[in-house]
Design a protein around this ligand. Structure first.
Ligand SMILES: [Fe+2]
Length: 128
Protein backbone atom coordinates (compact mmCIF):
# COMPACT_ATOMS: atom_id res chain seq x y z
CA UNK A 1 0.00 0.00 0.00
CA UNK A 2 1.16 3.51 -0.84
CA UNK A 3 -0.15 6.61 0.91
CA UNK A 4 0.44 10.07 -0.47
CA UNK A 5 -0.60 13.17 1.42
CA UNK A 6 -0.86 15.85 -1.25
CA UNK A 7 -4.01 17.97 -1.28
CA UNK A 8 -3.12 19.42 -4.69
CA UNK A 9 -2.94 15.92 -6.16
CA UNK A 10 -6.34 15.06 -4.70
CA UNK A 11 -7.87 18.25 -6.09
CA UNK A 12 -6.60 17.26 -9.53
CA UNK A 13 -7.94 13.72 -9.03
CA UNK A 14 -11.39 15.06 -8.07
CA UNK A 15 -11.44 17.25 -11.16
CA UNK A 16 -10.54 14.34 -13.42
CA UNK A 17 -13.03 12.02 -11.68
CA UNK A 18 -15.84 14.50 -12.24
CA UNK A 19 -15.06 14.56 -15.95
CA UNK A 20 -14.68 10.79 -16.20
CA UNK A 21 -17.84 10.07 -14.21
CA UNK A 22 -19.85 12.27 -16.53
CA UNK A 23 -18.89 10.16 -19.53
CA UNK A 24 -18.29 6.64 -18.17
CA UNK A 25 -19.40 5.91 -14.62
CA UNK A 26 -17.69 2.53 -14.36
CA UNK A 27 -15.06 1.98 -11.73
CA UNK A 28 -15.88 5.20 -9.91
CA UNK A 29 -17.58 5.50 -6.54
CA UNK A 30 -18.03 8.00 -3.75
CA UNK A 31 -18.32 6.80 -0.16
CA UNK A 32 -19.98 8.80 2.60
CA UNK A 33 -19.00 7.70 6.09
CA UNK A 34 -21.16 8.72 9.02
CA UNK A 35 -19.45 9.28 12.38
CA UNK A 36 -18.84 5.87 13.95
CA UNK A 37 -19.50 3.95 10.72
CA UNK A 38 -17.11 1.09 9.86
CA UNK A 39 -16.82 -1.52 7.14
CA UNK A 40 -16.48 -5.23 7.78
CA UNK A 41 -12.94 -6.56 7.35
CA UNK A 42 -12.59 -7.24 3.62
CA UNK A 43 -10.37 -7.24 0.56
CA UNK A 44 -10.93 -6.24 -3.07
CA UNK A 45 -11.18 -7.70 -6.55
CA UNK A 46 -8.98 -5.01 -8.12
CA UNK A 47 -6.62 -2.14 -7.35
CA UNK A 48 -8.18 0.99 -5.94
CA UNK A 49 -7.13 4.60 -5.49
CA UNK A 50 -8.91 6.35 -2.60
CA UNK A 51 -8.87 10.11 -2.16
CA UNK A 52 -10.26 11.60 1.03
CA UNK A 53 -12.35 14.57 -0.02
CA UNK A 54 -13.76 15.54 3.39
CA UNK A 55 -13.10 14.48 6.97
CA UNK A 56 -10.78 11.67 8.03
CA UNK A 57 -10.81 7.94 7.31
CA UNK A 58 -9.01 5.52 9.59
CA UNK A 59 -7.83 2.33 7.88
CA UNK A 60 -6.85 -0.79 9.83
CA UNK A 61 -4.87 -3.37 7.85
CA UNK A 62 -4.74 -7.12 8.57
CA UNK A 63 -2.77 -10.20 7.59
CA UNK A 64 -4.38 -13.63 7.24
CA UNK A 65 -2.52 -16.22 9.36
CA UNK A 66 -4.00 -19.72 9.19
CA UNK A 67 -7.51 -19.43 10.66
CA UNK A 68 -7.28 -15.91 12.08
CA UNK A 69 -6.26 -12.34 11.29
CA UNK A 70 -3.43 -10.28 12.75
CA UNK A 71 -3.50 -6.48 12.81
CA UNK A 72 -0.82 -5.21 10.47
CA UNK A 73 -0.93 -1.44 10.71
CA UNK A 74 -3.03 1.68 10.69
CA UNK A 75 -3.33 4.63 8.35
CA UNK A 76 -5.10 7.88 9.05
CA UNK A 77 -6.36 9.24 5.74
CA UNK A 78 -6.75 12.95 6.31
CA UNK A 79 -8.48 15.40 4.01
CA UNK A 80 -6.48 15.59 0.81
CA UNK A 81 -4.68 12.27 1.21
CA UNK A 82 -4.55 9.60 -1.49
CA UNK A 83 -4.13 5.89 -0.78
CA UNK A 84 -3.55 3.02 -3.19
CA UNK A 85 -4.76 -0.53 -2.47
CA UNK A 86 -3.16 -3.34 -4.45
CA UNK A 87 -4.59 -6.86 -4.11
CA UNK A 88 -3.80 -9.52 -3.14
CA UNK A 89 -3.09 -8.93 0.52
CA UNK A 90 -5.17 -5.78 0.84
CA UNK A 91 -7.25 -6.97 3.79
CA UNK A 92 -8.55 -3.99 5.74
CA UNK A 93 -11.42 -2.21 7.47
CA UNK A 94 -12.25 1.47 7.22
CA UNK A 95 -13.63 3.43 10.15
CA UNK A 96 -14.85 6.96 10.56
CA UNK A 97 -13.96 7.40 14.22
CA UNK A 98 -14.41 11.16 14.12
CA UNK A 99 -17.57 13.12 14.92
CA UNK A 100 -18.02 14.54 11.40
CA UNK A 101 -19.06 13.00 8.09
CA UNK A 102 -16.18 11.83 5.86
CA UNK A 103 -16.37 11.60 2.07
CA UNK A 104 -13.94 9.72 -0.14
CA UNK A 105 -13.68 9.10 -3.86
CA UNK A 106 -12.67 5.65 -5.14
CA UNK A 107 -11.33 4.66 -8.54
CA UNK A 108 -11.24 0.89 -9.18
CA UNK A 109 -9.41 -1.14 -11.75
CA UNK A 110 -12.62 -3.02 -12.52
CA UNK A 111 -15.98 -2.35 -14.09
CA UNK A 112 -18.43 -2.34 -11.16
CA UNK A 113 -21.60 -1.64 -13.12
CA UNK A 114 -22.77 -5.28 -13.02
CA UNK A 115 -20.98 -6.59 -9.95
CA UNK A 116 -21.96 -3.52 -7.87
CA UNK A 117 -19.18 -4.04 -5.33
CA UNK A 118 -15.40 -4.03 -5.23
CA UNK A 119 -15.32 -6.41 -2.25
CA UNK A 120 -13.82 -9.82 -3.01
CA UNK A 121 -14.33 -11.35 0.44
CA UNK A 122 -15.39 -10.39 3.98
CA UNK A 123 -13.29 -11.96 6.73
CA UNK A 124 -15.49 -13.01 9.65
CA UNK A 125 -12.85 -14.63 11.82
CA UNK A 126 -10.97 -13.91 15.06
CA UNK A 127 -8.39 -11.11 15.21
CA UNK A 128 -5.49 -12.05 17.51
FE1 LIG B 1 -12.00 -1.51 1.20
Amino acid sequence: MITITRPALLAELVERLDAAAASAGDGLAAAVWRPGQRTPIHDHIAWCVVGVHRGVEHEIRYRLVDDHLVEDGHTVGAHGSVTVLTPPGDIHAVVNDSDVVAVSLHVYGADLRERRTSVRRCYRMPVR
